[in-house]
Design a binder for this molecule. Structure first.
Ligand code: PBG
Length: 324
């Protein structure tokens, strides 16, 4: 018999059974975190126009939401708050009866098993919409912002938050938050740091969802330049050294190379945030019949896993889990 002149790769693609045997990456609901936008002034649900299929939720809508997620085996939520008031310092972020603090109670009451991740950032709570304290000249004051972020973190932990996830991109915040949590008796509460967070156009729809667009300027002074991949690894190593238990790359799809580098550079678990703009562009194309939505969603989430994500924060979570 003659030896073949080429390798027959297709031998391993002939049936669903053999494709299953050789599949390298798997996606299950246990890898997914579902973001929730909780509005203090809302009763029921309000659709987010720029994110078809996603709603802002009133506190009274959370119990049903928690039960629905449990039914779909989605283990975790990421909470964003639309507070009842905003000020220069973002003080509603650490109010005992703040919207997220109350939301945690409602969710846990309905499903004690749900893992609650709290987004720590001031942009939803400040009148100017920046992620930290703003000086008279409009610049963001890194060091003065740290105690406020730490206070917000402790307040969320006191309300029952399971994981603290700082997304503000101030330097030194992971260390400051770790110290504050430990001093307040929360040494067992893990930190998931938005370590490599880029100044991205793909956050567009989120700013409608969370009402957090900056009133002036932009976030390029603190979020990363999209051109930089090596620097992302440096950010990640810094956060791990300060005590981050898990790190995140955000956005996901335009940054899969960064995700891979980060995965190869650290041994802590890595999360990827499949952000609002990634969601909306796919949904818009699917709505017009330009893409097969379910297949594109499945391929997207699988690609993010393949690039190195242990867990994925995604607005597709419920939809994907329902079809499974
Ligand atoms: C808060 C925050 C943002 C997102 C998550 N946390 C917005 C921003 O940084 O401008 C974006 C999430 C998304 O687009 O889905 N800092």
């Amino acid at each position: 018999m003659e030896s073949p002149l080429f390798k027959r790769h297709r031998r391993l693609r002939g049936s669903a059974a053999i494709r299953g045997l050789v599949r390298e990456n798997e996606l299950t609901p246990s890898h997914l975190i579902y973001p929730l936008f909780v509005d203090a002034g809302l009763s029921g649900r309000r659709p987010i126009e720029a994110m078809p299929g996603q709603d802002q939720l009133g506190l009274d809508a959370l119990a049903a939401e928690a039960r629905e997620l449990a039914g779909l085996d989605i283990p975790a939520v990421l909470l964003f708050g639309l507070p009842s008031y905003k000020d220069e310092r973002g003080s509603s972020a650490w109010a005992r009866d703040g919207v997220v603090q109350q939301a945690i109670g409602r969710l846990k009451e309905a499903n004690p098993e749900v893992l609650v991740v709290g987004d720590v950032c001031l942009c939803e709570y400040t009148s100017h919409g920046h992620c930290g304290l703003v000086r008279a000249d409009g610049s963001v004051d890194n060091d003065a912002s740290l105690p406020l972020l730490a206070e917000m973190s402790v307040s969320l932990a006191e309300a029952g938050c399971d994981v603290i996830a700082p997304s503000d991109m101030m330097d030194g915040r992971v260390g400051a938050i770790r110290l504050a949590l430990d001093s307040a008796g929360f040494s067992e509460t893990p930190i998931l740091s938005y370590a490599a967070k880029f100044a991205s156009a793909f956050y567009g729809p989120f700013r409608e969802a969370a009402g957090s667009a900056p009133a002036f300027g932009d976030r390029r002074g603190y979020q990363m330049d999209p051109a930089n991949a090596r620097m992302a690894v440096d950010e990640v190593l810094t956060d791990v050294a300060e005590g981050a238990d898990m790190v995140m790359v955000k956005p996901a799809l335009p940054y899969l190379d960064v995700l891979r580098s980060v995965r190869d550079s650290v041994d802590v678990p890595v999360a990827a945030y499949n952000v609002s703009g990634e969601y909306s562009m796919l949904m818009a194309a699917a709505e017009r019949g330009w893409l097969d939505g379910p297949r594109a969603i499945d391929e997207t989430l699988t690609a993010i896993r393949r690039a190195g994500a242990d867990m994925i924060i995604t607005y597709h979570a419920k939809d994907w889990a329902r079809r499974r």
